[in-house]
Design a protein around this ligand. Sequence first.
Ligand code: ADE
Ligand code: ZN
Length: 325
Amino acid sequence: MSEKIDPALPKVELHLHFEGAAPPAFIRGLAKEKHIDIAKIFTPDGGYAYRDFWHFLEVYEAACTTLQSPEDFRRLTLAVLEDRAKDGVVYAETFLSPDFCGVGDVTAWREYLLAIEEAALEAQKTMGITLKGIVTAIRHFGPDQSRATALCAAETKSDFLTGFGLAGDEKQFHPKDFTWAFDCAREAGLRLTAHAGEWGGPESVRDALDHLKVERIGHGVRAIEDLALVDQLAEQGTVLEVCPGSNVFLGVYPSFDKHPIDRLREREVKVTISTDDPPFFRTTLTQEYETLARAFGWTEDDFRAINRDAANAAFCDEATRARIL
Ligand code: ADE
Ligand code: ZN
């Protein structure tokens, strides 16, 4: 039988979109301050409103139009980290995009980044949570934009930035269109992850591994449709950043008990658990754990082991890892 999960259980979250973690009330407040009319992106009860994943991407981008200055991102950082810290998260990695922070201009991007980094250090002192950033190209913005994004990442020296990633609409373009950006980020010393196997099948995961040479995969769950690939992931130790609540909310799987995370784990794939865009999917990491415990009989010991794997897969320095393990 399932066990109640202690919300204070220390948690490591590797897959969190920064703007996607913005509380809706925070975005509504910014819209009001700036007289931006985005009422249609909210439900009557104040949550985010969208029909499906592709509409979700539009609503996400509409919410981002309210984030216009480094000060907005400083406030966003504190709002996001306050929620994560309440959820017992001690270490998080977040996807950030110069497309939303300074519109791709490298000088502006650095100012935004500084504001985020300073707020993250403040939160580390006051809330005991550590945040690191993964600069992320948005797939449907195209390969040219991904090169500008990679240059922003590569040309900015910062202890806060530890990785480079790819998010957005997996149905558009091919991983090989992003090899330049990933090679550039790798040469700059950044660690690599890419969304794949969420809206695309196993071939999408294989292509991300072959062309982008990533060490982690965002989602990756549809690898389950090809057991040879599942075994390859297990042998290589490729870490999956699994977001079960997101997958169920967006309809990748009809329910938690049909989600492949338990089968992937049984076949010894390293799975980690994250929330993706928590207010969009009306979830928290504690809720994810409780639902997984109910669906698969997982206990706090399972979650402790998964958090150790997540800490080992974190794109941070060894001193930080030792602190969170
Ligand atoms: N951006 C924010 N959430 C995402 C998701 N679940 N998949 C791809 N891109 C995203
Ligand atoms: Zn994601």
